[in-house]
Design a protein. Structure first.
Length: 181
């Protein structure tokens, strides 16, 4: 198997579980060094005792790959910059940023609180911005880099997830899409 990402460095938010975990594993299998970022909270946003980022990094290393774990909150400027700096400190650069981190508030709009709404926006939108800003500055300086932002199909509309409804979430989701073009 060819290793298309040999010598590249990737940082993946939400890398401890699900799609993010598989992105980390796939990048490592293709030769990339990976910084696995996961705050260690459930999809519902509840703090957990063990960090899935550590588990994924350990799995990659045990398979002969290069990985580091990060537990920073990427919804803050310090967390976003810290993630980029972690990649640079451990592996010398950052070539690829993948934003997968997300939380779920499975509510209808009429029974969702403003705090639940804000939590989703904080992770899904602010988290993307807080990582893309320092990553793009580093990538621009190096004249190379790739940023991949994930959204879900529910961005196209899901009544049980009003933060993803077209009337509320679509402008945000499509801002993410157009921001990276």
């Amino acid at each position: 198997m060819s290793r298309h990402l040999e010598g590249k460095v990737a940082a993946v938010t939400g890398g401890g579980r699900g799609i993010g975990r598989e992105v980390c594993r796939a990048f490592a299998a293709q030769g990339a060094a990976v910084v696995v970022n996961d705050l260690g909270v459930s999809v519902a946003g509840q703090q957990e005792t063990a960090s899935p980022a550590d588990d994924v990094a350990k799995e990659i290393k045990s398979g002969g790959g290069k990985a580091a774990s990060s537990h920073l909150d990427i919804s803050t400027p310090e967390g976003g910059e810290g993630l980029v700096n972690h990649a640079i400190k451990d592996f010398g650069k950052l070539d690829i940023l993948v934003n997968v981190a997300g939380i779920l508030r499975d509510r209808m709009i009429f029974n969702m609180t403003i705090e639940e709404w804000d939590a989703v926006i904080r992770v899904h939108l602010r988290g993307h911005f807080c990582t893309m800003r320092p990553a793009s500055a580093h990538m621009r300086e190096r004249k190379f880099g790739r940023i991949i932002n994930f959204s879900s199909n529910s961005a196209l509309g899901s009544p049980g997830q009003p933060t993803n409804l077209i009337t509320f979430w679509e402008p945000s989701a499509y801002r993410k899409i157009s921001f990276r073009r």
